[in-house]
Design a protein around this ligand. Structure first.
Ligand code: F6P
Length: 547
């Protein structure tokens, strides 16, 4: 249950939201020429502009009070101190230790984990360099040209997203990611590869996930078929916390990279799960990536709430979700290399904060995590932005863009990208009134009859909220900072909602039912206890299958 303080502040926020609901963001700009300065913050080269939202200085004050009433700072300190804040699994939450580049120890249950973390990093570095230099080669002595990561969820999205994001730094072998149990995924990937020059990394925290184990077995058969059973050890490596299970699969110990139960799957890119990224960009660039995450940890831990970017992101998220009633959040990177970032954030945010009970098991009294979705700009502009601008739902948009691109000879592209990014948040803010539309149509020489017909269709309501995050250039350090800032935002929101952001029981039921359904799909067990829809679908499928 919320404490009295928390209840009072939530009520005050609700009253304040009610009073401001009909205000116009445009008017807030008109009445305060320094609004941008007051409602934007920077940390090194990162700029967070939240001025285009329906909030005032009073809103911010109330949100800061909310953070204090919810003890978010104390909860943050408990996380960094290795307390078991993942209460349902009785675990610490310490992905921050994986990027801790200070000399400070990080204690978990009385044990400093930093020597273990650093040892794995050194082993990963040796292996990655070995693959990159061809010192470690395939069974036929050929250099590995392709590395296939087999994993799903956090064991896929992090390395896949970051490999694409850091393409300009990719000077190692080609990287491929197979996650889906759909045979199409592994079949299409293997079709283009030469077994003699392909290395597989089996990435699974638990080493039990059915998708990963099934794809790993298929890859193992492929290597055994083309290179011989004895070649398996040379063509596989693994990343897991379940070292006994990896051994049983037949992967030599010196190719197994461990991590720990205090690293959640969706927070594991910083661990050995980042091995494919390290192979792609090299250990030094990977270290820069960790340094970026660490820099954001320092900012999150030391900057006052009022200046703290992840705090502000989280508090504005709570404002949107609970006080403004927005159901979704669009993440719109104007950065093609962040194409997988919205998908990555979907797991990070929705698996963490898609919860309906508090840490104490009571039903939550407010809405929790929103639906997170998005696509890179400018592509989205030609697809779903219509609804964002003129649809009936208000969707807060988060724009991300680099001040500088990597392609020095293509500045015209980047200028256009920047102009489009700024244009979208401006359009959402200002809209276009009926009067403006009519004046424009009149100036274009349209008849009064056409104007009456067309004008309502061309009105933009405006007054739609957005934030913009600008970074200098998408390099490893910056990417590390970006990801860590979103992780901490998820933390802040979860701490205010008093939910456990670090478990994921909501994925279990589907997994159990799939296991139950498999013999029914195979036709070896009757489905008579299933609902009539499931029975009907099964019957149809069994008949339709040509096996
Ligand atoms: O089913 C959800 C989940 O447990 C995620 O939390 C996790 O990232 C993913 O599956 C993969 O799990 P593992 O790394 O154990 O294979």
């Amino acid at each position: 249950m919320p404490t009295a303080d928390l209840k009072t502040i939530l009520q005050r926020l609700e009253d304040h939201a009610h009073a401001t609901r009909s205000s116009k963001i445009n008017d807030l700009f008109a009445s305060d020429p320094s609004r941008f300065d007051k409602f934007s913050r920077s940390a090194d080269d990162l700029l967070y502009d939240f001025s285009k939202n329906k909030l005032t200085a009073e809103t911010l004050e109330l949100l800061f009070e909310l953070a204090r009433a919810a003890n978010v700072e104390a909860k943050r300190d408990a996380m960094f101190a290795g307390k078991h804040i993942n209460t349902t699994e009785d675990r610490a939450v310490l992905h921050t230790a994986l990027r801790n580049q200070s000399e400070a120890p990080v204690m978990v249950d009385g044990h400093d984990v930093m020597p273990d973390v650093n040892e794995v990093l050194v082993n990963m570095g040796d292996f990655a360099e070995g693959i990159r230099s061809a010192e470690i080669s395939g069974s036929a002595g050929k250099k590995f040209t392709d590395v296939v990561n087999i994993g799903i969820g956090g064991s896929d999205l992090g390395p896949a997203m970051t490999t694409l994001a850091l393409a300009p730094y990719h000077d190692g072998p080609n990287l491929h990611y197979v996650s889906n149990i759909d045979s199409a995924h592994i079949a299409d990937t293997l079709a283009a590869l030469n077994p003699e020059t392909t290395l597989f990394i089996i990435a699974s925290k638990t080493f039990t996930t059915i998708e990963t184990m099934t794809n790993a077995a298929t890859a193992r058969r492929w290597i055994a078929k083309h290179c011989g059973e004895d070649a398996v050890g040379d063509h596989f490596a693994a990343v897991s916390t379940a070292l006994d299970k990896v051994e049983a699969f037949g992967i030599p110990q010196d190719r197994v990279f461990g991590f720990w139960d205090w690293v959640g799957g969706r927070y594991s890119i910083w661990s050995a799960i980042g091995l494919p990224l390290m192979i792609a960009i090299g250990p030094d660039a990977f270290s820069d990536f960790l340094a970026g995450g660490h820099a954001m940890d320092n900012h999150f831990c030391t900057a006052p709430i009022e200046e703290n970017i992840p705090f502000l992101m989280g508090l504005i998220g709570v404002w949107h979700r609970n006080m403004m009633g927005y159901d979704t959040r669009a993440v719109l990177p104007y950065d093609q290399r962040l194409a997988r970032f919205p998908a990555y954030l979907q797991q990070l945010d929705m698996e963490s904060n898609g919860k309906q009970v508090t840490k104490d098991g009571a039903a939550v009294e407010t809405q929790t995590g929103p639906v997170v979705w998005g696509e890179p700009g400018t592509n989205g502009q030609h697809a779903f932005y219509q609804l964002i601008h003129q649809g009936t739902s208000v969707i807060p948009c988060e724009f991300l863009v680099a001040a500088n691109n990597h392609e020095e000879d293509l500045q015209n592209h980047h200028n256009l990208l920047l102009a489009n990014c700024l244009a979208q948040s401006e359009a959402l803010l200002r809209g276009r009134s009926l009067q403006e539309v009519e004046d424009k149509l009149r100036a274009d020489g349209k008849s009064e009859e056409d104007i009456a017909k067309l004008a309502p269709q061309k009105v933009f309501p405006g007054n739609r909220p957005s934030t913009t995050l600008i970074y200098d250039r998408l390099d490893p350090f910056t990417l590390g900072r970006l990801i860590a800032s979103y992780e901490h935002r998820v933390f802040v929101e979860g701490a205010i909602w008093n939910i456990n952001s670090y478990d994921q029981w909501g994925v279990e039921l589907g997994k159990e039912l799939a296991t139950q359904l498999l013999p029914m799909v195979e036709g070896s067990q009757s489905a008579k206890n299933k609902d009539s829809s499931t029975q009907g679908l099964l019957k149809y499928l069994i008949k339709a299958r040509s096996l």
